[in-house]
Design a protein. Structure first.
Length: 278
């Protein structure tokens, strides 16, 4: 009797809520995938039919062969990888400095990094657009990468500081006693230990840049057009090409999903390490 009550309690308190959350989170993706393989006749049918009467990949063929979507996909990959490189090159040294050194304004700057993320990013659009136009970086890869980095770098520094704080400073001192310079200590001792945190931060920057739309729309054009902006072209004033639109959305979701499957162990390890503070 007690075992049965425990089973029912666990079912009500754990399993059912988890299943409901999963269903709520996965429902849009399932709908998008099913819509992308529906024939055109099913898309215009009323009432709406959620399961396709037959399976077709015509929307994917049209998207890849008759549009510039492959080029837009490559543009997004270049921008996301560039944002990762710029973000890590900036946030890793900055986070190490905030963790290991004490200087005037340190707490103020750290608070500022956190406060920046509390403001809507739309507030940065106009000044950033004016600055990029003055520098001649509108519709360039560098301009879009810098735009994405303006809101990813502050939070990346905030995350990485906790990872560096989890590494005892005694290791730095021991390496110095053994004759290692500051750069050698960072490269040979600190960075290998903080690698899970760096991987976690890189994934965060990549996903943020890959899915970003607002900055990409304002700073890109015909030459550099990422996929998030390219999908807007399939939404007309009177009609929406649902088949091609959902096919594009499905393809966009694949790189992030595959990336997560490959690095999930490091991601979990990085999140756990970041939760430990010395």
């Amino acid at each position: 009797m007690i075992r049965r009550r425990s089973f029912v309690r666990g079912l009500v308190q754990v399993e059912i809520p988890v299943l409901l959350v999963l269903a709520f989170a996965l429902a849009p993706f399932v709908w998008m995938l099913l819509t992308s393989i529906k024939p055109d006749a099913d898309l215009s049918r009323f009432p709406v039919r959620y399961l396709p009467s037959s399976t077709t990949f015509e929307h994917y063929r049209t998207l890849i062969q008759r549009t510039s979507f492959p080029v837009n996909l490559l543009n997004s990959l270049v921008i996301a990888c560039g944002a990762v490189l710029l973000g890590l090159a900036t946030s890793v040294p900055a986070a190490y400095s905030f963790s290991r050194f004490r200087f005037a304004g340190r707490r103020t700057l750290m608070t500022g990094f956190l406060v920046i993320n509390m403001f809507p990013i739309v507030l940065l659009i106009i000044p950033l657009f004016v600055l990029m136009r003055a520098l001649g970086l509108i519709d360039t890869f560098l301009g879009v990468i810098i735009g994405h980095s303006t809101f990813s770098i502050p939070f990346s520094i905030w995350m990485l500081v906790s990872y560096f704080n989890a590494i005892p400073k005694d290791l730095d001192e021991a390496a110095t006693i053994d004759g290692a310079s500051r750069l050698q200590t960072i490269r040979l001792v600190v960075l290998p230990l903080v690698m899970p945190g760096i991987v976690t931060t890189a994934i965060y920057i990549f996903i943020t840049s890959w899915n970003e739309y607002l900055f990409a729309m304002m700073l890109s054009g015909e030459t550099v057009r990422p996929v998030t902006v390219a999908l807007q072209l399939f939404i007309g004033e009177f009609t929406v090409q649902w088949g091609i639109l959902t096919a594009g959305g499905t393809i966009i979701a694949l790189p992030v999903t595959i990336l997560f499957l490959f690095v999930q162990k490091r991601l979990v390890g990085g999140l756990t390490a970041g939760a430990v503070k010395s």
